[in-house]
Design a protein around this ligand. Structure first.
Ligand code: SF4
Length: 338
């Protein structure tokens, strides 16, 4: 049986049409799920009995569970238990412009980034689309407020779970679904080139972020094994093609690691690499984890690094620090609860 919360409206329309029913039934189902928050199929009262029975035979609406919530200033971290008892995390952040959630896309991650707690928990499996949708539904219910933006940047590499991520985006973006505007949805990849190309062919107006974290192959090879498959030149060329094709600005994520990638020379290399591209760089203060190998860059260093980028004509922002005190670095809560 499939979970109804992992079906896009188009998939449901096909489902109904294949059974000789009208397409609009899909919209009715979406309204029950996402407008009324009704997950008991038997209570979809404007849908005829025979269809209810078919839906009940083909679908569940089972939910993952919130196992634990840690609260910090402007941030809440949720640990979820999945139906097979695996665990994942999501983080809720309060910004001036609204509430955003960072969701997980996989149980563990195989990309092995050296600085990342999640990368130490090898991938167990991909998340199903419904498991990603439910992270948001449960958080909304828990806080009693609507989430206005979503980043797919938690545990896992989203493009290593491509089909489910696309389904998820379509569900939350649908005006009859969670109605989260495409400009408010960001998918972050460590640089899986074929999938970036595939993504550029979709007509989704969502934002793309590239986790770069190094401006030379030497630094990036050290930090991110994926660079040995798709090196900097390949990934930057692909991002340039993506920008030309979609006419959309790309975010470059750059985690600031003391004496590893935060020197003046790194800033100049980064500026040279990105010159003339429609990107902006997001400098991320490192959230110290149990991995003793890395330390965060000082605030002064981050400011100086940002200044060099600016002088070189690169748009740059420094990400606000969230939740260092509540183990908000991705993967930290899960790895401690095993
Ligand atoms: S940083 Fe992202 S891609 Fe890299 S290991 Fe961690 S979760 Fe995976």
């Amino acid at each position: 049986m499939e979970n109804l919360l992992g079906y896009t409206k188009n998939m449901l329309e096909d489902y109904f049409v294949n059974r000789g029913e009208k397409k609009y039934k899909a919209t009715q189902v979406f309204e029950w799920l996402y407008r009324h928050g009704e997950y008991d199929i038997a209570k979809f009262s404007n849908i005829k009995k025979s269809i209810i029975t078919t839906l009940q035979t083909d679908f569940t609406t089972d939910f993952i569970k919130i196992e634990k919530v840690l609260e910090g200033k402007d941030v809440k971290k949720f640990l979820f238990r999945l139906l097979d008892n695996e665990k994942i995390e999501a983080v809720l952040m309060e910004h001036d412009y609204g509430l955003s959630v960072c969701v997980s896309s996989q149980v563990g991650c195989n990309m092995g980034c050296r600085f990342c707690e999640s990368g130490r928990l090898k991938k167990v499996r991909n998340l199903e689309a419904y498991e990603i949708v439910e992270q948001i539904l449960l958080i909304q219910k828990h806080i009693g407020k609507r989430i206005s933006s979503v980043v797919v940047m938690g545990i896992g590499e989203p493009f290593d779970n491509y089909d489910n991520i696309i389904r998820f985006i379509k569900i939350i973006n649908d005006p009859k679904g969670l109605a989260i505007g495409s400009r408010h949805i960001t998918v972050s990849t460590c640089g899986l080139v074929p999938k970036i190309k595939e993504f550029s062919n979709l007509d989704l107006q969502v934002n793309l972020a590239l986790s770069l974290h190094g401006a030379t192959d030497e630094v990036r090879n050290y930090l991110m094994p994926v660079n040995k498959v798709y090196n900097i030149d390949t990934v930057i060329t692909t991002i340039k093609e993506y920008i030309t094709k979609t006419n959309r600005r790309v975010t470059i994520e750059y985690v600031m690691l003391n004496m590893v990638n935060d020197r003046d020379s790194d800033a100049y290399n980064l500026a040279r690499l990105l010159k003339g591209m429609n990107v902006y760089v997001n400098l991320i203060p490192y959230n110290a984890t149990s991995i003793g190998e890395f330390q965060k860059s000082s605030q002064e260093r981050i400011a100086e690094f940002g200044k060099i980028l600016k002088q070189e004509g690169i748009n740059v922002t420094v990400r606000r620090e969230f939740g260092g005190n509540i183990k908000a670095a991705c993967g930290q809560l899960r790895s401690e609860s095993d």
